[in-house]
Design a protein around this ligand. Structure first.
Ligand SMILES: CC(C)(COP(=O)(O)OP(=O)(O)OC[C@H]1O[C@@H](n2cnc3c(N)ncnc32)[C@H](O)[C@@H]1OP(=O)(O)O)[C@@H](O)C(=O)NCCC(=O)NCCS
Length: 152
């Protein structure tokens, strides 16, 4: 599929509409209390305004069809790079948009001086896990912990 990957710079109406469509497809991660709901443009703007974040969007003839957020942070032991909130519109999956987004994020992380790029993905996300491994991501031998601050 003919797709262009760009860094999102502005929160325009088409961007708000696209994220309103895309983020609910990340189950449990969008809206208040995990509910799919309208996307708050101010919240989108806060994400873009954080210097650690680079929001990539994939555009095709149909407009914005996918996104991810690359987070790069300097730490005492080097630049950390994480990929968050990867989603491609259900109607456009299986055509390489996800691969194009991840490949672009990896190159940006390289440019930022990171030694590696990290992400997590639930085992039940079969398409995502297959995609990451195909692109060269390897399972990391570590324990991933979470301290819950809110009741789910
Ligand atoms: C994971 C995701 C981003 C991949 O995006 P994509 O644009 O479909 O990615 P690609 O086309 O580059 O590759 C997807 C893989 O699924 C396969 N696939 C084919 N048709 C598909 C379809 N209709 N739906 C999903 N996957 C399909 C592709 O062939 C490819 O398999 P391969 O890696 O074995 O070649 C997308 O499926 C998605 O948004 N899923 C829901 C949200 C999610 O799980 N996000 C990841 C959070 S960690």
């Amino acid at each position: 599929v003919d797709v262009q990957i760009t860094v999102l710079a502005d929160v325009t109406d088409d961007v708000v509409a696209a994220f309103g469509r895309l983020l609910p497809q990340l189950s449990g991660r969008s809206g208040q209390n995990g509910q799919a709901g309208p996307i708050d443009p101010a919240a989108l703007r806060r994400v873009l305004d954080c210097p650690a974040n680079t929001v990539l969007v994939a555009r095709s003839g149909a407009g914005i069809v996918g996104t991810l957020t690359l987070v790069t942070v300097p730490t005492m032991t080097g630049v950390r790079a994480h990929v968050e909130d990867v989603v491609v519109d259900a109607a456009t999956r299986g055509r390489g948009v996800g691969a194009a987004l991840i490949t672009a994020a990896v190159e940006l992380a390289r440019g930022a001086g990171a030694d590696s790029v990290e992400l997590t993905s639930r085992p039940s996300r079969h398409a995502a896990n297959r995609l990451y491994r195909r692109l060269g991501f390897q399972p990391r031998d570590t324990n991933v912990y979470r301290y819950l601050l809110v009741t789910e």
